[in-house]
Ligand binder design. Structure first.
Ligand code: PMV
Length: 324
């Protein structure tokens, strides 16, 4: 059987940085995110006795060895659960342009998990799919449920998964991704998580997490955009402080990143409310309410050094879109 699934990327408002268990990808803290309507991966998986070996195509080309090894490991895990040994053909495509620095591992592993498990004959629950996606790439577990999502850290594999806090239409929030550069990561996020603990600020970050999560969930429940924005912006700087003070230090920001951050603060001071967050890369995610996004988009396009702006609303999670 051939199954095709579509899964969104997600932006974390409370970030996942650092793990309690490397192999099981158990995070050091819970995290909160929103699925992105404008950045997704579509993946089809087919198991067939005629296939002599696994083949993986990513964005129309055969996957590189390192990528292939990671996909292969994930497919092996799904095969072992389904008790099959059949080889697979995986064809995966991102709708966002390559090299713009949008991480494809969350949408990629979420789409792969949903498509491969169905094609292997399994009928997994959302919780089971989220756990499985997490084992491929931590943040992928948040791309399984709909809309605004919480990943509860859990202290074992079966307890570490994501669930939906609110449906996509609960709150008209936009993420304008300001692309300032290609994210040719020298250090992958997997390696980054492993050295997070070496920062002297890591312990302080983790201690404050549960309280911060409680506060942001309350702000989301009350649709209190000002409270929400202040928490998510401070949180992004908090995570980057840990990154920049780990050994070796990880500097993801470019001069253009800082310029966009300063512009966001300026827009806000002049009455257009918006806040920034930044993942393990140089691009800036500008978070705003629906009523302001067009005005902000025009303003952002006028900033020097930016390459493009990608518009996102909250989106549903990973779904099967075809069974053949
Ligand atoms: O899922 P990973 O290993 O690619 O880690 C994601 C890390 C951040 O994007 C920086 C934060 C997050 O919670 O998405």
């Amino acid at each position: 059987m051939k199954t095709t699934a579509k899964a969104p990327a997600n932006i974390a408002f409370i970030k996942y940085w650092g793990k309690n268990n490397e192999k099981l990808r158990l995070p050091a803290n819970s995290s909160i995110s929103m699925n992105l309507s404008g950045a997704f991966t579509t993946t089809s998986v087919e198991f067939d006795e005629r296939f002599k070996k696994d083949t993986f195509f990513l964005n129309d080309v055969v996957a590189k060895q390192e990528e292939a090894n990671r996909i292969s490991k994930h497919i092996d895990l799904i095969r072992s659960i389904a008790k099959i040994t059949t080889r697979a053909m995986v064809v995966s495509k991102n709708n966002f342009p390559k090299g713009v620095g949008i991480a494809s591992s969350a949408s990629g592993f979420a789409a792969l998990t949903v498509a491969a498990s169905k094609a292997a004959g399994l009928n997994l629950s959302e919780k089971e799919l989220s756990i499985l996606a997490r084992l491929g790439s931590g943040s992928a577990c948040r791309s399984i449920p709909d809309g605004f999502v919480e990943w509860k850290m859990g202290n074992s594999s079966n307890k570490s998964y994501a669930h939906s806090l609110f449906e996509p239409n609960y709150w008209n929030i936009y993420d304008l991704i300001v692309v300032v550069g290609e994210n040719s990561k020298k250090v992958s996020s997997t390696e980054g998580h492993a050295i997070a603990e070496s920062s002297p600020f890591y312990k302080t970050r983790i201690v404050g997490m549960e309280e911060k999560i409680k506060e942001i969930k309350l702000a989301m429940k009350n649709r209190d955009f000002t409270r929400f924005g202040k928490i998510l912006e401070a949180e992004a700087v908090n995570m980057h402080t840990v990154m920049m003070t780990s050994a070796p230090p990880l500097y993801y920001w470019y001069p253009e990143t800082l310029n966009v951050m300063a512009k966001v603060i300026g827009f806000r001071e002049r009455g257009i409310e918006c806040y920034f967050t930044i993942d393990a890369g140089p691009n800036v995610h500008v978070i705003c309410q629906g009523k302001n996004y067009l005005k902000l988009k025009r303003k952002i396009l006028g900033i020097d050094g930016i390459k493009s702006v990608l518009i996102n609303k909250a989106a549903e999670g990973a779904k099967i879109i075809r069974n053949e």
